[in-house]
Structure formats: C-alpha cells, structure tokens
Write a protein that binds this ligand. Structure first.
Ligand code: FAD
Length: 313
C-alpha cells in the first residue's frame, strides 16, 4: 500500500499534466501553504517579515525549473535579483535575510558554456546581495553537477568570502570538503544530503550517512567557519547543542536551519533558548514539484497527499 502510494506521488511529482490539474485543487494548495512562503514575491517577503518579527532568520529561495535555455537562466537570475533587492529594501529584514541559489536554474547545465553562464549570473546576485546587506548560499543539487558547483563556489569565495557553501554529509568527500573550505568568515551549510548517487560518490545506507553526519558536525563545529546546521533530525540537533556548549560556540557563528513547515515547534524551541534559527522559505508559482518532493521524503505525508488528489472541499 505504502509502495503504491509512493509510486503515485512520484508520478504526480514528475508529470506536468497531473501537476497542472492537481495544483488547482484546494487541498493541494493547503498542503503547499505549509511548505511554501507564497506564490508571489510580496507574499514571500510578508512571510519572511513575520518570521523575523518572531525572532527567526530567513533564507528565501525562488522556485524555478532547471534552465534549459539562456532565457530561462536569465529569468531565474532576475527573479533572484528582485528577491534580494526586496529583502534589502527593508532595513529591519535585510540583516536577518539570505537568498539560497541553485546553479541549475542559473544555467549550469546549458550545453554552451553552462558553468560560465551560471557563475556570471551567481556573481551578479552576489554583488546585488552585498549592496543589499543580504547573504547568499549556493545549493549542492546533484552528483552530476557537484564538481562544477564546487568550482563555481570556489570562484565566488574569492570575491565574496561569506558566500555559503553546502556540504552533503552523505558524500564520501564531505569531511575533506569541510576541511578545505573551513576558514574564518566562511559559511558552511551541513546537511545529510538530498540525492542518491553512484556508490563511488555517495554513502548509501542511512546508518552510514548518520555516522558521516556526526563526524562532519564535529569537524565543522571545531573549525573556524560559521556552521549552518541544516537538519530536522532530533539526534543531530541534540549532538549539535552539546558540541556548541562544549566548544563554547555562540549564536554569532552557529545557526540551525530548517525548512518552512517542518518541525516548527522545534524551530521555536531552539530560538527561545537563544540559538540562531534560519527558516528556509521557498516561494513561487512553481511550488508543486517542490512540495511533492517534501511529501515523498516522508511516508507519513503520502496519505495526506494521496487524499488531496481525490478529495475536494
Ligand atoms: P531526516 O532523517 O530526513 O529527518 C529528520 C526528521 O525531520 C524526520 O524524522 C521528521 O520528523 C522531520 N522531517 C524531515 N523531512 C520531513 C518532511 N518532508 N515532512 C515532514 N517532516 C519531515 N539537500 C541537498 O542535497 N542539497 C542542498 O543544497 C540542501 N539544502 C538544504 C538547506 C536547508 C536549509 C535544509 C534544512 C535542508 C537542505 N537539504 C539539502 C536537504 C537535506 O539534505 C535533507 O535531505 C533534509 O534536510 C532531510 O534530512 P534531515 O537531516 O532533516 O533528516
């Protein structure tokens, strides 16, 4: 039963025809509202302002598809520039704000000069962000583009040393990356990792991913970089809390990061006891595939999602 529900959800996530139909249903929109900060930039900024008023930091991520043409890459870049400018326009919001960027949307996969196009677009966003007083973090998306993304991040770091870089614990080279990238003023976002890849690149079993995550967490927190701990897992949150206390790390150089709609009470608890907590706020009209990915991640969400396909209210 669980397997069939998952198949349905995977199919629904990847079919444009189903997406167009389901995205119009009120229950699907309701689910989206818990994971997504809004369909428009104004709505996303309002959600961000509300979060900041409640003592949280924010990371805005405009949802866009992988760029298949230079025009799509330009469109995604403009969307990010507008997001950054909107955050920078509010002096109460900017110091607490970050934009998360995905180089696939900025053109890294384009047949002609993809990596150069994506890097040039990312540099434009970093310049705008610096002027706006807003931070930038670059996502690590897929094994196929990992090396290119890392090269682009190294280039960005030369001019924008506080650009956030993502390390996926599940990669075999995760510890090496933390050691290489860790330096004062740098920002490293550690997460378990969202993709499964070839065995030569990725740790496969969840237990091994957890062991790797624990080792990465310790190495990151022992190093000089600002540690961005992106997990909802209670075990790693508890380990991080202990290490932060033992290593005497303060909220100025450590933060917890979680996705909008996931473990909101834990986000609140951590903020209330003095930790910096950044909530990741995806926004945009292309919310459907993002939401189905979040739903697929968690079997308990599948029943809710399957019902949303058939129940109208
Ligand atoms: P899990 O073991 O997956 O989850 C722990 C607990 O969290 C679960 O038991 C459950 O209670 C809750 N939970 C987790 N997911 C859900 C859900 N969908 N619905 C409801 N409850 C849930 N991955 C990348 O590959 N590249 C990136 O650039 C990247 N950036 C990220 C940025 C941020 C800010 C965050 C928070 C995550 C990012 N990820 C990225 C995703 C990350 O790699 C994990 O896939 C994701 O965070 C789930 O792992 P976890 O550590 O929360 O542990």
């Amino acid at each position: 039963m669980r397997f069939r529900a998952r198949d349905l959800a995977v199919h629904a996530a990847t079919s444009d025809r189903i997406a167009a139909a389901v995205a119009k249903l009120p229950p699907a929109r309701e689910i989206a509202a818990s994971y997504v900060a809004g369909r428009t930039l104004d709505q996303a900024v309002a959600t961000a302002t509300d979060a900041v008023d409640k003592g949280l930091e924010v990371s805005l991520h405009p949802l866009a598809r992988e760029a298949e043409t230079p025009q799509m890459a330009e469109q995604a870049t403009v969307q990010l520039l507008e997001t950054t400018a909107a955050l920078g326009a509010d002096p109460e919001l900017a110091p607490h704000a970050e934009v998360s960027i995905a180089l696939s949307t900025l053109g890294i996969g384009l047949a002609e000069d993809g990596p150069q196009v994506a890097l040039a677009n990312a540099q434009r966003i970093c310049r705008e962000a610096r002027n706006a007083g807003v931070l930038v973090t670059v996502a690590d998306e897929r094994p196929e583009t990992h090396d290119q993304v890392l090269d682009a991040v190294r280039s960005l770091l030369a001019d924008f040393p506080d650009t956030g870089v993502v390390v996926q614990a599940a990669r075999h080279d995760s510890l090496d990356q933390i050691r290489e990238l860790s330096a004062a003023g740098r920002r490293i976002r550690l997460c378990k990792g969202d993709y499964t890849g070839p065995r030569e690149e990725m740790v496969v079993s969840p237990h091994d991913v957890d062991l790797r995550m624990a080792a990465c967490l310790r190495t990151l927190l022992q190093g000089p970089a600002t540690a961005l701990i992106a997990t909802h897992d209670p075990v790693f949150i508890a380990i991080a809390e202990r290490l932060i206390a033992d290593l005497n790390r303060g909220p100025h150089n450590v933060e917890f990061q979680m996705l909008q709609g996931i473990r909101p009470f834990e986000q609140r608890r951590l903020a209330d006891i003095g930790h910096k907590v950044r909530v990741y706020l995806p926004w945009g009209s292309d919310w459907y595939s993002y939401c189905t990915r979040r739903i697929i991640e968690r079997p308990a969400n599948l029943l809710l999602f399957s019902r949303s396909l058939v129940v109208r209210r």
